[in-house]
Ligand binder design. Structure first.
Ligand code: C2E
Ligand code: MG
Ligand code: MG
Length: 734
């Protein structure tokens, strides 16, 4: 049986606890020592210390901070369960600030599964300046203890001391944390007194500003002033700080090395006990790189990445503004719409990298012609616009345009080879009959179109009455672009037969444009526009792939079409990638190349570029056939014909139609047939409409024909029907 506590002994323990708690030693050891001396002094088998952590929902978690027990007493090493419902009741009492003393009857809930017959359990709350119990000390023994009220009071004092020590510990940890944050933060932190004199700064502040603590102490943040903000800016900042205790915003400051930089600054006022600000804490982050990135994004959104010139968006924004200004000031504006001639050919035949380089060099040339107030932009592709801001007379604009044409023609970026780069320029004036920026651009664009029509490499002023033809072609080109993108174009097929019309030898693919308003347009209506506006290759692609799909479908339906002849204008074939597209597509559709023929006009072949002959040669080696269309209209020499990679001549329909009418036409047809025979080329006559023409051709030994007499060009699905009805003697390609 343990002895009643000696008060003097207890006082000594309290004194040593007080000393311990003030020593800021390792707190875990202080707890350990204190619990041991308390336990021994009040002669119990077990003493322990608990922290209570309250969550936002009011639930309390009890965590043991330390424990001592009498190793000679088997009742000392105890584990209490504070999660039971009964424990909640006692915790509730502790929360009221009362000690809790339990007898043996109530203890079994705290010690589940343990059979010790404890008779004393005392819990003393640690309030630590809080409404709720922040923890408690616990004393347990198997004997009933009759502690005097003085002893109990002294234990309460011990709890108070613990409570204070634990508060100090928490403050110390908070302080350590704050110091670490202060030291390690990537934001600069500066603390000033109420007059704004700097008391401390962190390392990041030094990194950002270049100033050390020694250089800052006693100074005000004015050492960072950039001179970029006026007095009013700072007085508004101070006013807001006084009113709301807080201010934040972007500030331009100056580093110690003189460099200006933008920072995001947030200042909070720290009030004293009377609510008056006595410290200001400034947190600043250097936003130079953020600003740079932002500026880059802005630049990208407003500029063309290839040439660095403003893009359409930026141009339009500025145009509207300048037009509004010109309207007020009475200034004259002129818009030059500059479109390169021959660019598409460069891009398609020499590759995009050459095209890109050319555009860059054009941009440089145009920039060199720019006056301070003018505005230059790349609208897309090979289209540039130049807004001349203020001019005296149209003469002056004509001079500017002439100069631009001259520099473009003599620029360093001219691609080598036969393709010459020039430009067509359309000029539209403001405010002449123009309401908005879009209309001004449209007018200049139309005038540019007229310059192209007039033979390119020249300028043209917009006239209110541009010829109907020019407008029609302009509209047609715009519509055709859309039609090609949306694949509105459709391929028709016209049978090619033996002279008796009994066997199908192939079909000719002829493109049509089912125009949404104007009905089905024949190629003569839109091919010239396509060829002059860089749409030859897109058109070829549409036709060629439609033919491939059609042939595959017919094969599947077992409709035998020995061969399809496709018309070629020439430019498309020398477009980069065209040859590969043909070969790869045939391969992937599984079409025998010998079933595809390209019809090239005689005129083209005679004046063709070497590149075209090369491509035709390559295609022919792949097995494709080449025929000369509209033969007789060009001026082929026999020797040239012999050199060309061709399989067949196609007699032009104008000669066929002259049969029985013009003896000269008959003579030409006769000559072509015999020439083909002697060159061992096949020959086909097109445009046969009458039996007279047919009989003449038969008589001259022409074996193949194509014409309305037997069949007109028709849609793909009609062709399948036609073949079935005509019951040709079909034979597959040999
Ligand atoms: P082409 O290659 O000489 O085609 C023959 C033209 O004569 C076709 O006109 C055809 O419809 C027409 N035709 C056929 N038989 C007769 C007949 O008995 N009497 C008369 N009066 N005409 C007949 P279409 O379809 O209007 O094509 C005109 C030209 O357009 C073609 O002349 C060809 O050079 C070109 N073309 C057609 N499709 C394409 C294409 O996809 N690409 C290219 N580059 N040119 C094409
Ligand atoms: Mg043809
Ligand atoms: Mg023809």
């Amino acid at each position: 049986m343990k002895q009643e506590v000696q008060h003097s002994e207890m006082l000594a323990v309290l004194a040593s606890i007080a000393a311990d708690c003030l020593s800021y030693d390792d707190f875990e050891q202080v707890i350990e020592r204190t619990l041991a001396s308390l336990g021994r002094t009040v002669a119990v088998a077990h003493t322990s210390l608990y922290d209570c952590e309250h969550d936002t929902l009011g639930a309390c978690q009890v965590v043991q901070r330390g424990c001592w027990f009498d190793e000679t007493d088997s009742a000392g090493n105890l584990v209490f369960d504070f999660s039971s419902d009964a424990a909640n009741e006692w915790l509730h009492l502790l929360n009221q600030g009362d000690s809790v003393r339990l007898g043996s009857a109530q203890l079994s809930a705290l010690l589940p599964g343990q059979v010790h017959a404890l008779d004393t359990l005392l819990m003393i709350p640690l309030n630590r300046n809080s409404q709720r119990c922040q923890g408690f000390m616990l004393f347990a023994d198997r004997d009933h203890k009759n502690w005097s009220s003085v002893t109990l009071d002294m234990l309460k004092v011990a709890a108070e001391l613990f409570s204070t020590a634990m508060d100090n510990e928490k403050r110390m940890l908070d302080h350590q944390l704050a110091t670490a944050v202060f030291d390690k933060a990537s934001e600069g932190i500066m603390v000033t007194d109420e007059r704004g004199q700097i008391l401390s700064i962190n390392p990041a502040f030094t990194n950002i500003t270049g100033y050390s603590l020694r250089e800052c102490l006693g100074k005000t943040p004015a050492i960072l002033k950039s001179g970029r903000h006026d007095e009013e800016f700072y007085s508004r900042m101070w006013q807001q700080l006084q009113e709301n205790g807080q201010w934040q915003g972007e500030v331009w400051n100056r580093r110690k090395n003189g460099e200006l930089y933008p920072e995001w600054l947030s200042i909070s006022a720290l009030p004293d006990a009377h609510g008056k600000p006595h410290r200001y804490i400034g947190i600043l982050s250097d936003i130079t790189s953020l600003k740079r990135a932002h500026a880059q994004v802005e630049h990208l959104a407003m500029h063309d990445p290839l040439t660095g010139l403003p893009n359409r968006r930026m141009f339009m924004e500025n145009l509207e503004r300048l037009m509004a200004h010109a309207q007020r000031s009475g200034q004259l504006l002129a818009l030059l719409f500059i479109d390169l001639d021959g660019f598409k050919l460069v891009n398609d035949s020499l590759g995009h990298h050459v095209g890109d380089r050319l555009l860059q060099s054009v941009a440089t040339c145009l920039k060199s012609q720019l006056r301070a107030d003018d505005l230059l932009a790349r609208m897309g592709g090979d289209e540039f616009v130049l807004l001349v801001n203020g001019y005296d007379s149209p003469d002056q604009l004509a001079k500017i345009a002439t100069k631009i044409l001259h520099v473009l023609q003599h620029q360093d970026g001219q691609p080598s080879g036969r393709i010459e780069i020039g430009a067509s320029i359309g000029i539209a004036l403001f405010p002449e009959n123009v309401d908005d920026g879009d209309q001004l651009i449209r007018n200049a664009d139309m005038a540019m179109y007229r310059a192209k029509e007039n033979g390119k490499n020249q300028y043209h002023f917009y006239e209110t009455k541009l010829s109907e033809e020019v407008v029609r072609r302009y509209v047609l080109e715009r519509e055709l672009r859309v039609a090609l993108e949306e694949e509105q174009l459709e391929v028709y097929y016209q049978p090619q037969l033996n002279i008796d019309g009994t066997a199908l030898v192939g079909v000719e693919a002829l493109v049509r444009w089912p125009h949404p308003e104007r009905g089905v347009l024949p190629p003569s209506e839109f091919l010239p526009v396509a060829m002059s506006s860089g749409l030859a290759y897109p058109l070829f692609k549409v036709v060629f792939l439609q033919v491939c799909r059609f042939m595959t479908l017919m094969d599947k339906q077992e409709v035998v079409i020995p061969k399809v002849a496709i018309n070629i204008a020439g430019i498309e074939l020398i477009t980069n990638g065209c040859c590969n597209l043909i070969i790869d597509s045939l391969r992937s559709f599984g079409i025998d190349p010998r079933r595809v023929e390209f019809e090239v006009t005689e005129t083209l072949l005679m004046h063709s570029l070497d590149d075209l002959a090369e491509v035709l040669d390559r295609l022919r080696k792949e097995g494709l056939q080449i025929s000369i269309d509209d033969f007789g209209t060009g001026y082929s020499s026999l020797s040239r014909l012999r050199e060309l990679p061709i399989d067949m001549l196609k007699i032009d329909k104008t000669f066929v139609q002259g049969i029985s009418q013009e003896s000269s036409d008959e003579a030409i047809v006769r000559a072509i047939i015999s020439m083909a025979n002697s060159l061992q080329l096949k020959v086909i006559a097109e445009g046969i409409e009458t039996h007279g023409q047919l009989d003449f051709l038969r008589g001259e030994g022409c074996e193949l024909i194509q014409g309305f007499l037997y069949a007109e060009p028709m849609k793909g699905e009609r062709l399948a029907e036609h073949i079935a009805n005509a019951s040709y003697q079909l034979k597959k390609h040999d």
